[in-house]
Write a new protein. Structure first.
Length: 353
């Protein structure tokens, strides 16, 4: 059997409301024509139940048909203007209507909330906010020779990440008039996409703008990644990496970056110790971060000390309104950033041979 479409469900709800109103009228008439007090109370009680059903059907209809909600609101407003009679308690008090000029602020706050929850790498890095409009920022790369000094001093250009999305005009109109926030699926997808793009550029860098990522830094320390399916190997690899960082006088905190598959290897129990590999690894590093943007062949152990590596952010999660297009509103979500690797020896890059 074919299931109802959204429009057909809305039409079925309207017909159900009509049927319930007819039933209410019938039961109230029967109550008025009944001399028996008990019978009259039964009919009146059934009529009240039918009124509850009307409210239930109307609530569903409001959720399915934003245009119907706007029409109900407009009708109530006309009655208020003509008669001075207002409808109390029509909507929950928490669902206040919003002004049209507030929608951009609310959309921006929602985008920031989603991006913050989707980011992986920014959460563990020291962030330097330089403000919108800054195009470049200085970098001094340290050389750990016999005499420690700045090996390179240059300006790093910030890279721009952006994504566009659109929202139907009727969806925003519904939000403005009712105060009920819609799903905003395009905004959610665009925000998640920008968060992933940020993690990717931190790993891969932007060589055209003059800065490498954690994976592409040529001066980082390279090492061999053993078979993590063998108990004890993950701990041995990470302990060697941490020792190398200490030998290079790289200060903590240290963070381990792995793919989901390598993270799953850490969830295995070692027979002799009776604890998960993950717990043993956490005794060596400050935090373990899994990201799907890393391949199973790569593992990174890095120092997130602000004097070793930091993230320079210019424009931070900015949402701009581009204007209307047909029956949609266009938006652009963007940011500018650059990863500053001040000491390449703060990165241990383990790979499969």
């Amino acid at each position: 059997l074919r299931k109802f479409s959204k429009e057909e469900v809305a039409e079925a709800l309207r017909l159900s409301i009509i049927a319930e109103l007819d039933a209410i009228s019938l039961y109230l008439q029967l109550a008025r024509y009944s001399d028996d007090e008990k019978v009259r109370k039964v009919f009146e009680d059934i009529a009240r139940e039918e009124k509850t059903h009307v409210g239930e059907f109307l609530a569903l209809l409001k959720n399915l048909d934003p245009e119907q909600v706007a029409e109900l609101k407009a009708g109530a407003e006309e009655v208020r203007e003509l008669t001075g009679v207002s409808v109390p308690g029509d909507d929950p008090p928490a669902q206040e209507t919003i002004k049209e000029d507030e929608t951009l602020k609310k959309l921006s706050a929602k985008a920031r909330e989603i991006i913050d929850s989707s980011r992986r790498l920014r959460k563990v890095l020291e962030v330097v906010h330089v403000g919108r409009g800054v195009e470049a920022f200085p970098l001094e790369e340290v050389s750990a020779e016999e005499v420690i000094k700045s090996r390179i001093s240059k300006m790093v250009l910030l890279s721009e990440l952006s994504t566009q999305f659109s929202i139907k005009v009727r969806i925003l109109d519904y939000w403005i008039k009712t105060g009920i926030q819609p799903d905003l699926a395009p905004l959610v997808l665009a925000s998640t996409k920008l968060a992933f793009a940020e993690d990717k550029i931190i790993l891969e860098g932007d060589l055209e703008r003059g800065w490498p990522g954690l994976l592409t830094c040529k001066m980082s320390i390279k090492g061999e990644l053993s078979d993590w399916s063998v108990p004890g190997n993950p701990v041995a690899d990470i302990s060697r990496a941490v020792k190398r960082l200490i030998d290079e006088a790289v200060p903590p905190p240290y963070v381990l970056l792995v793919s989901p598959a390598r993270y799953a290897d850490l969830l295995k129990y070692t027979e002799k110790a009776g604890v998960m590999e993950l717990e043993r690894v956490k005794a060596l590093v400050h935090e373990v971060v899994q990201t799907p943007l890393l391949s199973d062949e790569d593992v990174l152990v890095i120092s997130v000390n602000k004097y070793m590596i930091d993230l320079v952010v210019g424009a931070d999660t900015v949402l701009d309104y581009l204007g209307p297009s047909a029956d949609e509103h266009l938006y652009r979500l963007w940011e500018t950033l650059a990863l500053r690797i001040k000491n390449p020896k703060a990165i241990i890059h383990l790979t499969k041979k």
